[in-house]
Design a protein around this ligand. Structure first.
Ligand code: PHB
Length: 398
C-alpha cells in the first residue's frame, strides 16, 4: 500500500524531474518556476506600417501593470520583445522565438491578422497563455479558438457591424467599399456588408489593394467616376492619414461622404489635419468618452508617455488589466490553468472604453460608438451597437 500523501508524492515527483534528491536543498524546477520572475513576451510591430500601433500597445500594457505595482500575481516580470514587422510569413518563426527560445510564460501579440494566425498555431501547439491586444482575425475566436488564448480588442467585423445602419440613417444609401485586401479588410467588409444591406443600402463596388500598399490614386479616380453617396473603408496607422489626405486632394471631400471602421482615424488626426474633419467612423472607443475612468486614463497616459492615447493604447491597457486580474487569482501560478482561465473568462474589465466582459470564445462583448473626427479629436456621437458580441460559441480544442 502506498502511504505517502498525494501532495508529498507530487513533490517527490517534481524533485525527481528536476534531478535533485528529496533531501537536497535545491527546489524542484516546477516550484522555482512559480516563485521566480514571470517571463512575458511582447510580439508586436516595431517597424513597418503598424509600428506606432505596437508602441501604443506596449505603453498601455506597461501602464496598467505599473498601476498594479509593477508585478503579476506577486511576481516580478522579465520582459522579452520581438518585432514582428507585420510580416505574416515570419509569424510562426517569431512566435517561436518567444515560446521556444525565451520560454515565456505569457505571450502578448499582435496587431496584424495574418501574423496572428502564426501566433495562434504556436499558442495552440504549446498551450502558452496568449493575449491578443489588437488583431481581429475571426479564426482566433471562432474556428481556431483555444482555451489559452484571450482577445482584449475586437473581432474584425465588430466595428463595421455597427457602420452600415449609421450610414443609411444619414441618407447615404449607395456606397463604395475600399480596403487593404487581407483578413482584416475582408472580415471588416463582412460586417459592413451585413449591416449596410440589411439597413437598405447598396454596395456599388468593392475596391482593394494589397497590404501595405498606399498607392490610392487610381482607385480614387475610379471612385470619382462611380459617384457613390459615400465611401466606407478599412485602413489603419499612418496609411489611414494618407488615405484621408489623398481623398481630399482628389477633390472628393465634401462631395462624397467618407466613413470607416474607426481605426482609420486612430492615432493619426494630427498627421491627417483638416482632411480628417467630418470623417465618421464606428469603433469600441472614443477619445471624448465623458467618464471619470476615461479622463483619468487619458491624463495619466499623456503625462507618462507625452503622447495622446488612442484605441491601441486602450487595448494594451486592457491587456495589462486582464493579465493582472488572472495572475492575481492564481497568485502568479501560470500553471494553475483551470483557475487562471476561469478568472480571465469571468473578469469584468473596467476599461477607458467602458466596462466589458469576455464572450464564450474569449472576445470582448462591448459597445460600439459612432464618432466624428473634429479638430484633432474622435468625438463620440452615440452608441451605434450595444453590448455587441462576436458569434463564436465556445472554445474546445479539437
Ligand atoms: C488586423 O490586421 O487585424 C488589424 C490591424 C490594424 C487595425 C485593426 C486590425 O487597426
Amino acid at each position: 500500500m502506498n502511504r505517502i500523501p498525494s501532495s508529498r508524492r507530487s513533490i517527490l515527483k517534481g524533485a525527481a524531474l528536476a534531478g535533485v534528491t528529496s533531501t537536497g536543498l535545491i527546489l524542484p524546477e516546477w516550484a522555482l518556476a512559480q516563485t521566480g520572475k514571470i517571463r512575458v513576451g511582447l510580439m508586436l510591430p516595431y517597424s513597418g506600417a503598424f509600428a506606432p500601433l505596437g508602441v501604443a500597445i506596449e505603453n498601455g500594457v506597461r501602464m496598467a501593470i505599473n498601476e498594479q505595482g509593477g508585478k503579476l500575481g506577486g511576481r516580478e516580470i522579465e520582459w522579452f520583445k520581438v518585432d514582428d514587422e507585420s510580416d505574416p510569413s515570419k509569424g510562426i518563426e517569431n512566435a517561436n522565438k518567444l515560446v521556444q527560445r525565451d520560454k515565456v510564460d505569457v505571450l502578448i501579440g499582435t496587431v496584424h491578422s495574418g501574423v496572428q494566425m502564426g501566433i495562434q498555431k504556436v499558442a495552440r501547439d504549446s498551450g502558452v497563455l496568449t493575449l491578443i491586444p489588437n488583431a481581429g482575425v475571426h479564426a482566433a475566436t471562432r474556428a481556431l479558438c483555444a482555451p489559452n488564448v484571450f482577445r482584449t480588442s475586437f473581432s474584425n467585423s465588430q466595428p463595421t457591424l455597427a457602420l452600415g445602419e449609421a450610414m443609411v440613417k444619414r441618407g447615404h444609401k449607395k456606397a463604395v467599399w475600399i480596403t487593404w485586401k487581407y483578413a482584416a479588410g475582408d472580415e471588416a467588409f463582412e460586417g459592413f456588408k451585413e449591416s449596410y444591406t440589411k439597413a437598405g443600402g447598396t454596395i456599388v463596388k468593392e475596391l482593394g489593394l494589397p497590404f501595405p500598399n498606399v498607392e490610392f490614386q487610381a482607385l480614387l479616380t475610379e471612385i470619382a467616376a462611380l459617384k457613390p453617396d459615400a465611401v466606407a473603408c478599412f485602413f489603419a496607422g499612418p496609411s489611414g492619414a494618407k488615405f484621408m489626405k489623398d481623398f481630399a486632394a482628389a477633390g472628393l471631400k465634401g462631395k462624397i461622404a467618407l466613413y470607416g471602421s474607426g481605426f482609420l482615424t486612430e492615432g493619426v488626426l494630427e498627421a491627417a489635419g483638416p482632411a480628417a474633419d467630418g470623417v465618421m467612423t464606428t469603433l469600441h472607443y472614443s477619445d471624448s468618452l465623458d467618464t471619470p475612468r476615461n479622463k483619468t486614463f487619458r491624463l495619466a497616459y499623456a503625462k507618462t508617455f507625452r503622447a495622446q492615447p488612442d484605441v491601441y493604447a486602450v487595448q494594451g491597457y486592457d491587456t495589462g488589466l486582464l493579465l493582472a486580474q488572472g495572475m492575481k487569482a492564481v497568485n502568479g501560478d501560470v500553471n494553475s490553468k483551470p483557475a487562471l482561465y476561469k478568472a480571465m473568462e469571468t473578469a469584468v474589465i473596467d476599461s477607458p472604453r467602458g466596462k466589458w466582459t469576455m464572450s464564450k470564445s474569449h472576445n470582448p462583448v462591448q459597445d460600439i460608438y459612432l464618432r466624428v473626427a473634429e479638430n484633432g479629436e474622435n468625438k463620440v456621437i452615440g452608441v451605434a451597437a450595444k453590448a455587441l458580441a462576436d458569434p463564436g460559441t465556445g472554445c474546445r480544442m479539437g
